[in-house]
Design a protein around this ligand. Sequence first.
Ligand SMILES: [Zn+2]
Length: 482
Amino acid sequence: MASLQEDSISIDTLDERLKIQSRIEELPDTDDEGVPFPGKGQIPLNRPASISPSWLQPAVFGLFHIDDGTTTMEAQQKTTAECLSYLTLKDSQDLPLNLYGLPHLRRKAHADFLRVTLGTLPAPYAAMDASRPWLFYWTMAGLTSLGEDVSGYRERLMETVRPLQNPTGGFGGGHGQLSHCACTYATVLALTCVGGLEVVDRTAMWRWLGEVKQADGGFKMALGAEEDIRGAYCAMTILALLNLPLELPQDCAARKTGLNSFTDKLGEWVSSCQTYEGGIAGAPTNEAHGAYAFCALACLSILDAPHKTIPRFLNIEALIHWLASMQTTPEGGFAGRTNKLVDACYSHWVGGCWSLLQAATKSPNDLWSREGLIRYLLTCCQQPGKRGGMRDKPSTRPDGYHTCYSLAGLSAAQNHYHYHTEESPTTFLSSAFQWSASRPSKEEMAQWSIEEEDRVRLVHPVFVVPMEAVERARLQFEKGGL
Ligand SMILES: [Zn+2]
């Protein structure tokens, strides 16, 4: 406990440093209401585990939540109430606690939970038949965030996704289903995690992506489907990780409208998705949404260096204002839309935006509360009991999606990501491969109330898979071509 005491006391003067031990001994725990004595107000008290951080004081709890009798506000108050006893550590839910009194990250329980989703699933999961690659991605990404080795799944995953690949390019969500950008993205990322990308037919993939590229610069999710910003991010991720040629196939429809490259008009199209609120919508004229903010920023960070593309195509000040407004008080996590509730999956979709924005603005300062997000995830979003897994909020059940993106959000909050601007871009999509990451300092870990055991691995800020898996993919397709 000695190091904890030293870390959490702010010492301003030599006098305080010299006398600090004796001064603390003078103060009984119950002295808050006692007779004042000289210097009492200046003595920096050690912060015991049961004391909450500054944003978790009674005066703050209801600050922005005026009861106007609406359903929205009732839901907000219910959520705040159910989170507060966990956030303030009054109820630990019998989770094992770390040195600071916060629940430890339940590494083994979460890994066990994720592995179960690879087995036989209960009947309601039939609804996920068109989303099978997502189960693979959430599991592989979640396990690797926890430091688990997933290489043992390589052959099995390659054989499982092989029948989902269409001869005309791309992957469907299930057997015999149309290729879809989201399913193809999830398949490519899951294969990246295990090092199994050779199962992908790159030539057919390139041709298929040419068919979903649109004359206005965006991408459709599938042939004949909707055009939205998920398509743009998914397509650019696939093009970059597989290092496919940027020239459009000669016979694709977009080329007949005058486009030559997958990147033509893309930045302008992403720009058209920014709304009057400052956030990013799925498509022009729609409502701003946290997940689409990440899609836009990550897409632009693949297109070229974030400090070039993001300020060029987005109003950064307005976007930062909107994103910062999504961090909820007092919960500390993020909501996905204006007037919506906190939800752990936005720990990634919004939490993951900050490293991209910091690279864009070259700002050394955080514009969000890492401590708030870490506390929300560790205290409110870990399923107690034997089962493990992470959940949207305390009143919900854990699932693979929220487990994956809670862990990715923890990585965004716990680690630092650096974009290296010195390397010059080339003819392929090289910018997303110029990131490095560093772990937090001891002082930061103490400030965020985490121990080594509560840390997650370094997750790539653009591709949302392990950093080393991205490097392996880059080396695998270094030569480019088809
Ligand atoms: Zn969610």
